[in-house]
Ligand binder design. Structure first.
Ligand code: MGD
Ligand code: MGD
Ligand code: SF4
Ligand code: MO
Length: 869
């Protein structure tokens, strides 16, 4: 038997170590410093998510299957022609924080170094670029100061614009453990919604969206007013104090005005400020609620200001801590794979250009920054960019104003997409499709939120002709005539060159220097254990930056950044906030086919406060339209008392692969932070109106219905799939005729609709529940009958179970539904989590649902008490 392979989870920036046994079964790697053995539900489901129903196996050019030499020649020839006619700027590359560092390094080298175009940007622009810009300004380099160990030592944890319980679950469990070990640790969560994270906080500040800058400027003012400035630290290590002080003395930072702008009571505001003043060991975690904002860079800057003023950086338990979203967002930043960076933490300054050109031995180096993600779309529209290579991202879904992005992508003379699936919304627009080796098949490194570089290792062969992304890039580079510069034979070769560049003529001015790893042998690279940079720290141990108060600026001082909030007035309507669900990953291409990951949220939904639903007359609406000048989408409204009135939250995940109605970026304006270019995904305006449904149905089968109505969404079941269907225009009779046009069908009238059964040679091939709301049935019992001989008594038995109600899964590991949990709490008068865990096992495996379990216990309490009175 072979030993287990140690690799890294391909989802979020926590960067958990995963052990895969000889059967391919994943488990947490206890030896990995990021997770110490834990995995969340997505990590636990890695075994299932590996078996993608539709894998892209061979290259395709204009719909025809070709071999790799054919595809590579086509790309190299077209690139050559376009460069000759329009110059290198006509070529662009759009990559991803999910590429490995080695893929990223080669893409950056090819684009900036040899094609000579800096039009290489990535989805990290949508994710981390505000934090990057804030770090660069404040510290002189894009470097996250903290390490995960700081969580254990902090006295105050401020979580801003992050739903960590769902989006960085293993980190959240570490936070929970830290709080259990130190009950004095206080948590403040700043989020307009009462998320699973906010529910666990000692203090939740449900601020007015977009008002974080005022809140933290107000905190900075309070630090000065109450004489809590760390004078010694500021004098020696910080620049820009006088200007900040001047700005903060403005009346808009008086407690009354801050309270008004943030929508908080003065008492709550004071409580937060006092907690901050009282706890020197403060860790401020921030994520998309801060970054994806019109003033994202200034938001992050205002947080950093508060840490600098109090000297809370580079010390145990004290730092501003930007959480990275994707598994290798940090690695992409390290290679410099954004349009405004050159390479290895160097920008386009002449001295850096000179260095990098000599290191790469090229005379074609791009001389100035290229187009950032949203500008790339505009440059395609203007006809400046003719060819785009998309790798490891699904921009037709994830870019703002996605209809416009789609039109632009479709209009490219040459759109190349490297993916593992041919079915993503972006892949469907491509002229050239390149099959990528996926997780478990490829080799390289990733860097997590805390600068820990870990290995991804293959444990199975790539299927068909799928190849690593770096390999495809090198093939094209060589075919374009750059054989020598792209002679890499392995990920190890690339890693060594990348590491060497970080130390090249560095002289200590760049913090990011891993050149000690440039001499690793192949065997040493294979055996490399997780390590953080700077490499001087103990292996895998805490690697804090700026411990000596020296920053990466020319004078060694950190820079404060004064910033005025801009007026937030916009068109009237509901405020649209978007983000993530616990069990889905982005555009669902890797999680949407896994039944238990889909079971917690089965269709595109919009969360609204019950009062807002009532005010808009939407309480009983099955579907509502959300619309604005950019687009329109149909979603299912869900009453959520944790939402603030006047706001609506919609998950970002739904694409046209899984639903006709839920692609929310159609309504998001392509506008963002002027300093970073990051879109403001969290603050848009929409209207909500009810829609009148003519009919609704559930289609349970292994095949899709032949004709799809105006609205549908599909989800995998343990067996087969369920399609929820609805239409606004056609009648139920027309729907019935269209849906049952093929095959032989039996018809059972039901009190509120009908059950139609499709029989093929006496066996059940499909079931259609017509006229019943798909949102109130549970399709699983009926789906177990697919492929079996028709037995009416069994069918009716399963039908009554299905009609007993839809039951949302809360614990995906042990398949425990909300219904079961509520019942268990009520029947057993449960008040503590362990009682519930013992009874139902829920929350005892990966722990991702623990925050929700606690929430359910809390909400069921008043009912319990009510019954006793
Ligand atoms: N399950 C899951 N986990 C993931 C991912 C996933 O797709 N699924 N993706 C990964 C990636 S790439 C990323 S970037 C991270 C994102 O991780 P997070 O940033 O934690 O996730 P989001 O849900 O995008 O947004 C976080 C919160 O910001 C809040 N927010 C909105 N507007 C404001 C505001 O004005 N101020 C404040 N303070 N808060 C606001 C939202 O209500 C939301 O709860 O998650 C990573 N982890
Ligand atoms: N409304 C709204 N929109 C958002 C956000 C939001 O909060 N709200 N968040 C933004 C953020 S932070 C992010 S990070 C983006 C994420 O958005 P995307 O990057 O578009 O989302 P993914 O679904 O992760 O896309 C990854 C693609 O890579 C493919 N893939 C998987 N493995 C490999 C591989 O090894 N090689 C290659 N070549 N391909 C592979 C997958 O099949 C998938 O198609 O969305 C952004 N968009
Ligand atoms: S927290 Fe979950 S998704 Fe994130 S790296 Fe760990 S196991 Fe993967
Ligand atoms: Mo992200």
């Amino acid at each position: 038997m072979t030993a287990s392979i140690h690799t890294t989870c391909p989802y979020c920036g926590v960067g958990c170590g995963v052990k895969v046994d000889s059967q391919g079964v994943p488990s947490g790697d206890a030896g990995h410093p990021a997770n110490l053995g834990a995995l969340c539900v997505k990590g636990m489901a890695l075994g299932e998510s590996q078996s993608l129903p539709n894998r892209l196996l061979y290259p395709r050019v204009n719909g025809e299957q070709v071999d790799w030499p054919g595809a590579v020649d086509h790309i190299a020839r077209r690139f050559g022609e376009l460069i000759e006619r329009h110059g290198p700027g006509a070529i662009a590359f759009y990559g991803s924080g999910q590429m490995l560092t080695e893929d990223y390094y080669v893409a950056n080298k090819l684009m900036k170094g040899f094609i000579g175009s800096a039009n290489i940007d990535t989805n990290s622009r949508l994710c981390m670029s505000s934090a990057v810009a804030a770090h660069q300004h404040a510290f002189g380099e894009d470097a996250v100061p903290a390490s995960y160990e700081d969580i254990d030592q902090a006295e105050l944890v401020v979580i801003v614009g992050a739903n960590t319980a769902w989006t960085h679950p293993v980190l959240f469990r570490r936070l929970e453990a830290a709080k259990a070990a130190n009950p004095h640790q206080q948590w403040v969560v700043i989020d307009p919604r009462a998320t699973a994270t906010a529910q666990q906080a000692d203090l939740h500040l449900a601020i007015t969206p977009g008002s974080d800058l005022v809140l933290f400027n107000g905190l900075a003012r309070r630090i000065l007013d109450s004489n809590r400035l760390d004078r010694h630290f500021v004098e020696r290590h910080v620049a820009g104090f006088d200007e900040l002080q001047r700005q903060l003395s403005a009346p808009e930072y008086s407690p009354e005005t801050v309270a008004e702008a943030t929508g908080l009571s003065i008492a709550r505001l004071e409580r937060f400020y006092q907690l901050f003043l009282d706890h020197p060991k403060t860790l401020t975690l921030f994520c998309m609620g801060i970054n994806q904002s019109l003033q994202g860079t200034l938001n992050a800057g205002a947080i950093i200001n508060c840490h600098l003023l109090t000297g809370r950086i580079g010390k145990p338990g004290a730092a501003p801590f930007s959480l990275t979203g994707q598994p290798n967002a940090m690695g992409g930043r390290e290679v410099g794979g954004l349009a405004n960076q050159l390479a290895a933490h160097m920008d386009f300054a002449p001295a850096n250009r000179d260095k990098v050109a000599r290191f790469w031995n090229t005379d074609r180096l791009a001389q100035s920054p290229g187009h950032k993600a949203m500008d790339m779309i505009a440059a395609i529209e203007r006809g400046e960019i003719k060819a785009l290579w998309v790798m490891g991202t699904n921009p037709a879904v994830s870019l703002p104003d996605s209809d416009r992005a789609r039109r632009a992508l479709a209009s490219c003379e040459l759109l190349i997409v490297s993916d593992i699936s041919p079915n993503t919304d972006t892949a469907k627009l491509a002229q050239v499709l390149l099959p990528a080796a996926g997780w478990g098949e490829k080799d390289g490194t990733v860097t997590n939120s805390a600068r820990i570089i870990s290995r991804q290792r293959p444990f199975k062969p790539a299927p068909g002709a799928a190849r690593p992304d770096w390999w495809a890039l090198c093939q094209v580079a060589r075919a374009m005539g750059f054989e020598q510069a792209f002679a890499f034979e392995s990920a190890a070769d690339i890693f060594r060159e990348h590491a060497a560049l970080t130390g090249f003529e560095n002289g200590g001015e760049r913090l990011f220097d891993i050149s000690a790893l440039s001499t690793l042998s192949d065997a040493e690279f294979d055996a490399m254990t997780p390590r953080s940079w700077p490499l001087s720290g103990k292996e895998g141990g805490p690697a804090r930056l700026f411990t000596d108060g020296r920053f990466a600026t020319p004078d060694g001082k950190a820079r404060l950044r004064p910033a005025q909030p801009s007026a937030a007035a916009g068109p009237a309507g509901l405020l649209l906030n978007t983000g993530r669900l616990r069990d889905q990953w982005h555009t669902m291409s890797r999680t949407g086919h896994v039944a238990r990951l889909m079971a917690a949220a089965t269709e595109p939904q919009a969360q609204l406060h019950p009062d807002t639903l009532a005010a808009l007359g939407l309480e009983r609406a099955e579907l509502i339209a959300l619309h604005n000048e950019h687009g329109r989408t149909l979603v299912r409204p869900v009453a959520d008392p944790g939402m603030a009135p006047g706001q609506v939250f919609v998950p970002m995940h739904w694409s046209e692969e899984f639903s006709a109605g839920g692609r929310i970026n159609d309504l998001v304006e392509a506008r963002g932070c002027a300093l970073s270019g990051q879109p403001a995904f969290k603050q848009n305006r929409v209207q909500a109106t009810p829609v009148e449904l003519q009919w609704q149905a559930s289609w349970i089968a292994t095949e899709a219905p032949a004709r799809l109505p105006a609205w549908w969404s599909r989800r995998p079941l343990a067996q087969g799939e369920c399609w929820s269907l609805a239409d606004l225009d056609t009648s139920a009779a027309e729907a019935r005729a269209a849906l049952t046009a093929e095959g032989s069908w039996l018809d059972w009238p039901l009190p509120q609709g009908r059950l139609l059964v499709n029989l093929e040679q006496g066996k059940i091939a499909g079931l259609l529940l017509l006229g019943l709301s798909p949102w109130h049935i549970n399709p699983e019992p009926l789906a177990t009958l697919l492929g079996t001989a028709l037995q009416p008594s069994l069918l009716l038995g399963q039908l009554s179970q299905a009609l007993a109600g839809n039951s949302r899964l809360v614990c995906s590991c042990w398949s425990v539904s909300e219904e079961q949990i509520r019942r268990a709490i009520a029947q057993n008068e449960i008040t503590e989590l362990p009682q519930l865990q013992q009874l139902l096992k829920c929350g005892t495996r990966c722990g991702s649902c623990v925050p929700e379990l606690k929430q359910l216990i809390a909400v069921c309490q008043p009912q319990l008490q009510g019954e006793h009175i």
